[in-house]
Write a protein that binds this ligand. Structure first.
Ligand SMILES: *Cc1c(COP(=O)(O)O)cnc(C)c1O
Length: 368
């Protein structure tokens, strides 16, 4: 017997979603598998598409070296580049691609002694105002790098801050800023994250950088706008976080359950206790009413989530009981819906999954 909390990772769904992203955007696509593939397992996800992926993107060299050690030979882009110049020899030795987003990196790269030149993704700050070079100096820096012996090729990139807001107009403005800043440069371009792929065809270029959509989450889900919904609907959830009911009791009206007694039964209420809690990554702040599926039927979380357990309402599910299967998120309960109840995003919930057993499957290797 072991604890029934399991994250099922369906690698065939991951592969399917990569194909959706690539087909929709056209050109080439870096699969963004930073943060251990948003909590899904970077090596497993990378291997699942190793034969067809144009490349991968991670946050930093540590993540890239783990992929190289795992046998991944495709290009790997470091999305924040290097944090200190001392990383450059290892970047070169492992044939990693680097984002250059700050002038100190430009200077360090040009001052480095390298045997072979590096592929550089030169990032412009097109009004997200987090990282990236100002549009006003972009072309000049591009020309410096492009002529420098340490640089093999330069890809022009920028990142959207509000691409998941269909009506904001901000994304159009970012595209204009980017186009103006790169005027006169002929080089490959990369703008689109998942929301860009799903919602902003005007930003399509040589390279896409899809992340969250590869895991089956449409960043537009739950919004009124139809943008991104058609392709978004064909995405398949990769992770199913599941567990089981380990205890059942019936509360009388007026009785409370769990820490703080924040849920008080208004009628006789059958409560199922599920082996999953915030130490597994289920959000503690999820309130009563957050959806959960038991034996394939939707019901609700009740009371406070504790470290190892949470409680669900079985009153209207007479067939459910000890041992019943519970889906915390996955196919019937979108991780984004749980996130919305908890006041956060699918990104954060997926990245937070831990302690549970991870079970990988890959059924449809022939699917196209
Ligand atoms: C994380 C990241 C992405 C992927 O974003 P999603 O919203 O998950 O698709 C793309 N580009 C950069 C620079 C990133 O940091």
């Amino acid at each position: 017997m072991s604890r029934p909390a399991v994250a099922y990772i369906r690698l065939d769904a991951f592969r399917h979603n990569y194909r959706v992203a690539k087909r929709m955007h056209g050109g080439r696509a870096l699969a963004v598998i930073k943060a251990n593939a948003y909590g899904h397992g970077a090596i497993q996800c990378a291997r699942a598409i190793a034969e067809e992926a144009d490349g991968f993107a991670v946050a930093a060299i540590e993540e890239a070296l783990a992929l190289r050690a795992g046998g991944i030979t495709a290009p790997i882009l470091l999305l924040e580049g290097f944090f200190e110049a001392a990383e450059l020899p290892e970047i070169e030795a492992n044939r990693l691609w680097i984002v250059v987003h700050h002038l100190w990196q430009v200077e360090a790269l040009m001052a480095a002694r390298l045997r072979s030149p590096l592929t550089v993704w030169l990032k412009m700050d097109s009004d997200m105002h987090r990282v990236g070079l100002a549009p006003g100096i972009y072309r000049q820096v591009y020309e410096q790098l492009q002529q420098h012996p340490n640089v093999a090729q330069v890809v022009l990139m920028s990142h959207f801050s509000r691409a998941d807001e269909p009506d904001s107009g901000y994304t159009m403005r970012q595209m204009q800023t980017f186009r103006a800043g790169m005027a006169g440069i002929a080089a490959p371009v990369s703008l689109s994250n998942s929301a860009g792929v799903l919602g902003w065809p005007g930003a399509y270029a040589e390279w896409a950088r899809p992340g969250i959509m590869l895991y089956g989450t449409n960043p537009f889900a739950g919004q009124q706008s139809g943008i991104g919904s058609a392709a978004g609907a064909s995405l398949r959830p990769v992770m199913q976080l599941a567990s089981a009911v380990i205890s059942v009791r019936t509360l009388a009206a007026g009785e409370a359950v769990g820490y703080g007694g924040i849920f008080v039964a208004e009628r006789p209420t059958r409560v199922g206790v599920v082996a999953c809690g915030y130490a597994d990554g289920y959000p503690r702040v999820a309130p009563t009413g957050t959806p959960v599926a038991v034996n394939g039927k939707l019901t609700r979380l009740i009371g406070r989530v504790s470290m190892d357990m949470l409680t669900v309402d079985l009153t209207d599910l007479p067939d459910a009981g000890l041992g019943s299967r519970v889906e915390l998120w996955g196919d019937q309960v979108a991780v984004g819906a749980v996130a919305a109840h908890a006041g956060t995003l699918a990104y954060e919930l997926l990245c937070n999954v831990k302690r549970v057993r991870f079970a990988y499957s890959d059924t449809s290797t022939k699917e196209l």
